[in-house]
Ligand binder design. Structure first.
Ligand SMILES: [Zn+2]
Length: 246
């Protein structure tokens, strides 16, 4: 059968419309904290503990240099890293533990893949991911989490609305420090050291074998040397876009 060119175009356009209607456009929200009233500035360091182990290079550097951080932990990571959790709990002045989900499943309520990870896929599954993450944190004796960051840090707008209704603020970021822990040490250090007053840095604390971890430490020490202060999300006035904090 021969179709005129015009018809083929119409068919192609319809297919494009159908697939875009299926894949909900995702958002990657930003987050900034209120700049310092005076002095050299302040930043919030957020570290994700998605699964796997603990990067003790980073954990030790934070303790030794008294750098406060907000750690986003999953239920999976909590189960396998009791020793690191104990160190964090022994320094409540430094570490704030927040919710990174029960099973590290992206908070997207339609079925799709994000960076190769399958999304929750339904409103019920998003709810289960958020609530199981909070429940896992409760078993450690930590205060109830107030912030949530989903796996991949991408969300469908309807999932954002749902998570806000559960009472959590959603933690975006303004500086991608380690590119999902896949960057080299030098580039990671450069990105983190470039943080300005009010920035929220994201990096990972669960990849002890990656070069990025070394860069996280170098970048943080460079910021400290410049006189930058560090605050946790609970101690800062964070403002995110896409309805994540208001
Ligand atoms: Zn993660």
């Amino acid at each position: 059968m021969h179709l005129p060119q015009k018809h083929l175009c119409t068919i192609a356009m319809s297919v494009a419309l159908i697939s875009s209607a299926h894949a909900t456009p995702l958002v990657e929200p930003t987050l900034h904290i209120k700049p310092a009233a005076s002095g050299t500035g302040r930043v919030a360091l957020t570290l994700d503990a998605c699964g796997g182990k603990t990067d003790t290079r980073i954990l030790s550097a934070l303790v030794d240099n008294k750098i406060p951080a907000t750690i986003f932990v999953t239920g999976i990571w909590l189960k396998r890293n009791a020793e690191a959790v104990a160190i964090m709990r022994a320094h409540p002045d430094l570490f704030e533990l927040e919710n990174h989900g029960g099973r590290h499943i992206p908070a997207v309520d339609t079925p799709q893949k994000i960076y190769g990870i399958r999304s929750a896929g339904s409103p019920e599954a998003v709810l289960a991911e958020v609530e199981s993450g909070a429940a896992a944190l409760a078993t450690t004796g930590e205060p109830a989490p107030k912030w949530f960051r989903g796996a991949t840090a991408e969300y469908s707008p309807s999932a954002i609305a749902m998570i806000r209704k559960l009472g959590f603020k959603i933690a975006g970021f303004s500086i991608n420090g380690d590119g999902g822990s896949l960057l080299g040490a030098k580039e990671t250090a450069r990105r983190i050291a470039a943080a300005k007053d009010g920035d929220v840095i994201i990096s990972h604390i669960n990849q002890p074998t990656h070069a990025a971890g070394e860069g996280v430490v170098q970048g943080l020490l460079a910021l400290k040397d410049k006189g930058m202060t560090f605050v946790r999300l609970d101690d800062a006035d964070g403002t995110g876009n896409h309805g994540t904090t208001d």
